[in-house]
Design a binder for this molecule. Structure first.
Ligand SMILES: Nc1ncnc2c1ncn2[C@@H]1O[C@H](COP(=O)(O)OP(=O)(O)OP(=O)(O)O)[C@@H](O)[C@H]1O
Ligand SMILES: [Mg+2]
Length: 488
């Protein structure tokens, strides 16, 4: 029941009928890179000053309160964005003239802009949201704001007038996607209109005021070539990942929080053929698949009465009835692991997901743990057989101590010996040292295995020669294939 999937399947697909493209990847990494026109890794350089005086916030608070009393919010909601902003600015300017302490021209302009942002948008968050080089925004109560940029965390002097203003903005974010957040429902996952992922946690759970965490949506869609450019993987490893995706291997991407799992998953999906039907299941829709035939599904939390929730497991089970060719699950963390493995074992080759773990071996342990915890009452050996039959490749990513995200392992599941799932690393990142700026020095190296187990699949899709050539292209770190290791 849980053995390795029968391969190749009886009916050849459109991809299988394509001619092998031997030699297409023979270009040197340098020549391939020189054609890349993608931008370099962004480095954070603040483009505006966020520092404000207490008097500024006090004036803003008073002006805002008077403004809200004097405008018709219902009429405002019907006014187009540009006109509304102009009108709010005019009214706020009048209020300022009536008795606010004197402000410099620049301060006045900034105050008017912030008031417009407060009424129409996300207040002090707006300038941070507008800056493309910021990847995460973390607001810990009204007075503390951190950002991540270029892999580094730093504090910025962005402030909200008080926790109430921050709470209002959080509520506005939640309301826009039909959710609510308050003391009674203090946890909320949401999305901004631009696709950024948001988590909100309110008092009394958060002790120092509302906490808002935003994973910003990247406007420039990353590809595997960008990741090579960023040093996250080598050109050869990129080719192997592309072949893994095109040969319809079942893939698990493993890594810690914010290590780049979803980004890599997104990049891997870039090599899925446009004629496949793909169904994605996510907690907060983040993936940006480019194929024409994609169905996107999103889970739903329970309502105030604790009813009506739709779990990841519900989605994965339902999508099996939607005739998917590939299933992409944003992240597995619970009982849906069982359904995903079953789907992978029953003809949905090329399915992919991510999971939180610090090594490929730990990823398999966690997967097994999820199924055990869900109470399926299966013996461990049966679960391990199921995992071996379903997963072909585990890709490990990590955010390293220099702030850079790298692919650290491409590991293949080989089989099961006794009770132990056996795996072999095809590629590993080798750390050599550190330069004077604290940047880690190292390289991605193949382990010397030029004919991995999935070579049969690659052959079926006309990619065998490219795969074996690439895997033997660079000097292996050790001349001997790495010893197969087990887990369990
Ligand atoms: N190789 C990379 N180089 C530079 N930036 C990257 C790289 N990979 C990911 N990022 C950036 O890092 C941030 C986190 O990436 P991502 O959302 O993929 O992580 P994750 O592991 O899925 O996080 P989470 O555990 O929160 O789901 C994003 O802003 C993304 O744009
Ligand atoms: Mg993610």
């Amino acid at each position: 029941m849980f053995g390795k999937r029968r391969f190749p399947p009886e009916t050849p697909s459109a991809e299988a009928r394509r001619k092998p493209q031997s030699g297409a990847f023979r270009q040197s990494p340098d020549s391939a890179q020189s054609r890349l026109s993608e931008p370099e890794t962004p480095v954070y350089t603040p483009t505006r000053d966020f520092e404000r005086s207490d008097a500024f916030y006090e004036t803003k608070k008073r002006t805002f309160a008077t403004l809200i009393e004097s405008i018709d919010l219902t009429a405002l909601a019907r006014t187009p964005g540009g006109t509304a902003r102009k009108e709010i600015r005019e009214v706020a300017d009048e209020i300022l003239k009536l008795g606010a302490p004197p402000l410099s021209g620049v301060e006045r302009d900034e105050l008017l802009e912030e008031i417009c942002n407060d009424v129409l948008g996300f207040g002090p968050l707006e300038p941070l949201l507008a800056q493309d080089d910021i990847s995460d925004i973390m607001i810990n109560g009204a007075r503390e704001c951190y950002i991540e940029s270029g892999g580094r965390l730093s504090q910025v002097p962005v402030r909200f007038a008080d926790n109430q203003e921050l709470a209002n903005i959080c509520q506005r974010i939640a309301n826009r996607v039909g959710r609510r957040v308050d003391e009674a429902t203090p946890i909320c996952d949401a999305r901004l209109p631009d696709g950024s992922r948001v988590n909100i946690i309110f008092p009394p759970l958060a002790l120092d005021g509302p906490v808002l965490t935003i994973r910003k949506f990247r406007r420039d869609r990353l590809t595997l070539k960008h990741l090579v450019r960023f040093g996250a993987l080598s050109e050869e490893a990129r080719i192997v990942l592309e072949i893994i995706s095109r040969s319809r291997c079942n893939v698990l991407i493993s890594g810690g929080t914010g290590s780049g799992k979803t980004t890599l998953l997104n990049c891997m999906t870039g090599h899925i053929s446009p004629d496949e039907r793909i169904v994605t299941c996510e907690d907060a829709a983040e993936l940006q698949l480019q194929q024409p035939h994609v169905v996107r599904l999103e889970t739903r939390p329970p309502n105030l009465e604790g009813e009506g929730d739709v779990t990841m497991r519900d989605l994965v089970r339902n999508c099996l009835r939607m005739r998917p060719e590939r299933i992409i699950v944003g992240e597995v963390r619970g009982p849906e692991a069982f359904d995903l493995l079953q789907a992978m074992n029953t003809g949905h080759d090329g399915s992919m997901s991510t999971l939180h773990a610090n090594s490929p071996r730990e990823a398999l342990n966690r997967l097994e743990g999820m199924i055990l915890m869900a109470g399926f009452n299966l013996p461990s050996r049966a679960i391990r057989q199921m995992i071996t039959g379903a997963i072909d490749i585990v890709i490990q990513v990590a955010r390293m101590r220099d702030g850079k995200r790298r692919v650290t392992h491409i590991t293949e599941i080989v089989g099961i010996e006794g009770d132990v799932v056996t795996t072999q690393d095809l590629m590993r990142f080798h750390l050599v040292g550190e330069d004077e700026n604290g940047q880690l020095i190292g390289g991605h190296r193949f382990t010397g295995i030029s004919r991995p187990r999935f070579v049969d699949r690659a052959r079926y899709y006309g990619l065998e020669q490219r795969l074996t050539e690439t895997l033997s292209a660079t000097d292996p770190v050790s001349p001997q294939p790495q010893a197969v290791h087990g887990y369990g």
